[in-house]
Design a protein around this ligand. Structure first.
Ligand SMILES: NC(=O)c1ccc[n+]([C@@H]2O[C@H](COP(=O)([O-])OP(=O)(O)OC[C@H]3O[C@@H](n4cnc5c(N)ncnc54)[C@H](OP(=O)(O)O)[C@@H]3O)[C@@H](O)[C@H]2O)c1
Ligand SMILES: [Zn+2]
Length: 336
């Protein structure tokens, strides 16, 4: 079944709490992390919280930064993502998620299992969903195995009592640790290895400087032992850059891990191009990479010329397609 890519995001105390046990709202994140979360909100199609969070915190769930809202509008999106409240009960219509910011975003109330809710959101065009809590919603989404990326901001405080961040037993792959003001961001990916790296490549594509005519593509090169050898995205260093060549620029051609490495790319590598003499398929062959996993295959633009994937396969490279990630790969290419 089709479902959105799910980014679960939470701020926790050092001792793992999401809130304290008082009725007032506890804001765990510092200003730098709140701004980081604002940027993540700007990058999704919808933000979901449980009714418990609406009742306890009364959030607005809007993109705060006017610049980020303007950026979204320039990309053909609404100023702020759709707001989704998970509830089977009664909600106060005066809650800010309903009463405020209606000119910036719609709000819908949904009920059902995580799978059902995600299926319905996908039907309504939600490709990237951010789940912001609270405790019950995080637990249920993690237990349902539908979380693709998890971002935890650990705030420098101890809380002692209150709702905790809880999941279900399982493993996650640590992608990044970053200091954000006084907080620490931990970024994880879940799912099988191909799925998580390909989703990461699609996420990198969201960083591409916009172009009215060229594709926005993301690329990650991963060694057999899971080490990231390089990442790239379209127009990263130069307006003509393709994601794959930007990534391969950062790789030492003598690196012995290349034959065992996999390149994850949101779009099929080009087998023909007008902008530069060397195609990405050729760059991949020159680097000696043994395996390529891609999310989206475009119909060939140059009739009679073998596609990049065909060139790679002919040369003995293992080529894998994961069509369930095509929508995610297409998202930064909405104009196409
Ligand atoms: N630190 C953070 O990042 C962060 C973020 C968000 C929230 N929080 C904290 O988390 C706490 C709230 O968490 P919580 O566990 O109490 O509530 P919650 O997870 O926000 O919401 C739980 C509610 O969601 C609704 N719901 C859940 N699954 C559903 C389903 N399958 N179908 C229909 N409705 C469903 C139910 O609402 P109904 O009763 O309406 O049916 C349920 O009571 C607050 O203390 C808040 O401060 C912290
Ligand atoms: Zn290319």
């Amino acid at each position: 079944m089709k479902r959105p890519h799910v980014l679960a995001s939470a701020a926790v105390s050092i001792d793992g709490f999401l809130d304290d046990d008082t009725p007032t709202r506890l804001v765990l994140s510092g200003p730098a992390d709140l701004d980081r979360v604002d940027a993540e909100r700007a990058g999704v199609d919808a933000i979901l919280v449980g009714a418990g969070t609406v009742r306890a915190d009364d959030p607005r769930l809007l993109v705060r930064s006017p610049r980020r809202r303007a950026d979204r509008v320039a990309r053909g999106l609404g100023p702020s993502p759709l707001r989704v409240v998970l509830s089977a009960g009664a909600l106060d219509p005066r809650a800010r998620v309903f009463a405020e910011g209606r000119e910036l975003a719609d709000t819908v109330v949904v009920a059902g299992t995580p799978d059902e809710v995600l299926g319905r959101l996908a039907e309504h065009g939600v490709v990237r969903l951010m789940v912001e809590g609270g405790a019950a919603v995080h637990r249920d989404f993690l237990a349902a195995g539908v979380v693709d990326e998890l971002q935890l901001a650990v705030a420098p405080r101890l809380v002692g009592a209150g709702p905790r961040f809880t999941g279900a037993p399982g493993h996650a792959h640590l992608l990044e640790t970053r200091r954000v003001g006084g907080d620490v961001l931990l970024r994880y990916r879940l799912g099988d290895a191909d799925e998580r790296w390909l989703a990461e490549a699609c996420t990198l594509a969201e960083r591409c400087p916009p172009s009215p005519s060229a594709f926005s593509v993301g690329c990650v090169v991963v060694a057999e032992d899971g080490t990231v050898l390089a990442t790239g995205y379209s127009r990263r260093d130069h307006v003509l850059d393709h994601a794959e060549e930007a990534a391969l620029r950062d790789v030492d051609p003598a690196d012995p891990r290349l034959p065992g490495a996999t390149m994850y790319t949101s779009l099929e590598p080009c087998g023909q191009r007008a902008s530069r003499p060397v195609t990405c398929a050729q760059h991949i062959l020159d680097a000696g990479i043994g395996r390529v996993v891609m999310a989206w295959r475009e119909p060939p633009t140059f009739v009679g010329v073998p596609s990049g994937a065909a060139r790679l396969a002919d040369a003995g490279v293992t080529v894998v397609e994961r069509p369930e990630l095509t929508d995610l790969a297409r998202r930064p290419n909405r104009h196409r």
